[in-house]
Design a protein. Structure first.
Length: 474
């Protein structure tokens, strides 16, 4: 065994320090050889560690430009057929999702940093200077190579690696949660924008029909055949349409601004209607949500990561074993004067003032808190799902009821028009029927929009939207 160690030491000396051998007559120039930056001023061959220093110890550390390249997405026509492509493009572009993906990449690279603790560590040192002894100056230099390798630490680094891997998976799930949030918001924006378009069409049609009727009422009034109360009532009904139309125009501008935030450069005029999603209700929906929820999955990963951090601290209370080896050699008479050592280092902390014990207790508290947070998250998700389901059921019932109401209002309007010819109804009755029909159609549009939005909310909670649009965190 001693022969093997000796051969290893000799090998290290030959490979790393042979280039440091110098002629005795050049000792006076040794320091200038080591640290002279202008190699062309000396005809002496550059030593090994001079090259190493020039390579690794530059006087200036240049700033590395870290630019963020953002390419705006290209969207297709906003139809049901292209919805998945457009949603995926919008999610990939959104700054919050790109930030989450950068965190995913950083977490993945951190795994290599933690794993490096189990690998062999090699360091090089060089020392040059002048010693004075018996009124004479002597220039000299020495170099050393040290090697260390962790042999056993009761799994401390292994638990740390597992913890970091779970943090990496957690970052992926967090990116998914952010993408889910943007996807759901994007669907809601599309549905709301389409809702405003439909409502404006109703108001435009209602105003175009009501305006000439109001004119006829004024003409009748001027001829003395109408009372003032009928004119005021007609003006009131018409004003309702005008005010509602003005409010709807403002709401469409707001919906358009939100659309351009999520879909920059998208064609607002190409937004078409989206279908209502098929959803699960009751216990089936809750069970599916608890099984698929990314938020719950993230909390499970957080708890598991904390558990491994806790095990790391427990392992650090025990001894760790490291193999250390080193070679030290002067620049002069390298082979003859060099020294080497190899051995096993056992490190055990008998008393650290309670630092580790305090950290362990703190992690116990964090784990309990994380488990309690999981219960809170489950309750909040169930509450959100129940609200979404109730909204879905109520919107569906309202929508079905408005179908009959719109049909009835249409019949009333048509009947009023027919009876106007025979004199059995007044022009003001026709105007009132037009206003009522418009109000009922808008109520139907709103109910349909709420039905669709609630269906996407349920779908997001029970199944997730990112898988459907083909988005993944790397």
């Amino acid at each position: 065994m001693q022969i093997i160690i000796k051969n290893i030491l000799v090998f290290f000396i030959i490979v790393f320090l042979s280039s440091c051998q110098t002629n005795r007559k050049d000792n006076s120039n040794l320091i200038s050889q080591l640290f002279n930056n202008d190699s062309q001023k000396s005809d002496i061959k550059q030593p090994f560690w001079k090259t190493l220093l020039d390579k690794n110890f530059s006087n200036v550390i240049e700033d590395e430009p870290l630019n963020i390249l953002v390419n705006k997405p290209k969207f297709k026509k906003f139809s049901q057929k292209n919805s998945k492509y457009n949603l995926r493009s919008a999610v990939n572009y959104h700054p919050s999702v790109r930030s989450a993906l950068s965190n995913v990449k950083a977490s993945k690279l951190a795994i290599n940093t933690v794993e490096s603790g189990k690998k062999t560590q090699i360091s090089f040192q060089a020392l040059g200077g002048i010693t004075r002894d018996n009124s004479s100056n002597t220039a000299g230099a020495v170099g050393s190579i040290n090697l260390s390798k962790l042999l056993y630490d009761f799994g401390a680094i292994d638990y740390t690696v597992l913890s970091q891997k779970e943090k990496y998976q957690l970052s992926r799930v967090q990116a998914e949660i952010q993408a889910e949030t943007i996807a759901l918001r994007a669907y809601e924006i599309l549905i709301n924008l389409n809702r405003q378009n439909k409502i404006l069409e109703v108001y435009d049609r209602g105003l175009s029909l009501a305006e000439p009727i109001l004119g006829q009422i004024k003409n009748i009034s001027l001829s003395g055949l109408s009372d003032k109360a009928m004119i005021l009532k007609a003006q009131q009904d018409y004003s309702k349409l005008v005010v509602s139309n003005t409010r709807s125009v403002a709401e469409k501008k707001a919906a358009k601004a939100l659309f351009l935030e999520i879909f920059p450069g998208g064609d607002v005029n190409s937004v078409e209607d989206l279908k209502t999603r098929n959803v699960l209700l009751g216990k089936n929906a809750i069970n599916q949500m608890l099984k698929k929820s990314a938020v719950i999955k993230a909390q499970d990963l957080l708890i598991s990561s904390l558990m491994n951090d806790y095990k790391t601290l427990k392992a650090q209370k025990k001894a760790n074993v490291t193999m250390n080896a080193g070679i030290s050699a002067p620049a002069e008479d390298t082979l003859d004067e060099s020294t080497g050592n190899v051995g096993i280092l056992v490190n055990y902390v008998f008393n650290d003032g309670g630092r580790l014990d305090s950290q362990i207790e703190a992690f116990k508290a964090k784990i309990k808190e994380a488990k309690q947070q999981k219960l809170t998250i489950q309750n909040e998700l169930e509450s959100q799902l129940n609200v979404a389901i109730e909204t879905y059921i109520g919107a569906k019932e309202t929508y079905m009821a408005t179908l009959d109401l719109v049909n009835l209002s249409t019949d009333v309007r048509d009947t009023s028009k027919d009876q106007l010819v025979s004199g059995r109804s007044k022009i003001q009755d026709v105007l009132n029927a037009e206003v009522t029909l418009a109000e009922n159609i808008i109520q139907q549009i709103n109910a349909e929009a709420e039905l669709k939005i609630s269906s996407y909310r349920i779908r997001a909670l029970t199944h997730g939207l990112t898988n459907e649009i083909g988005w993944k965190a790397y």
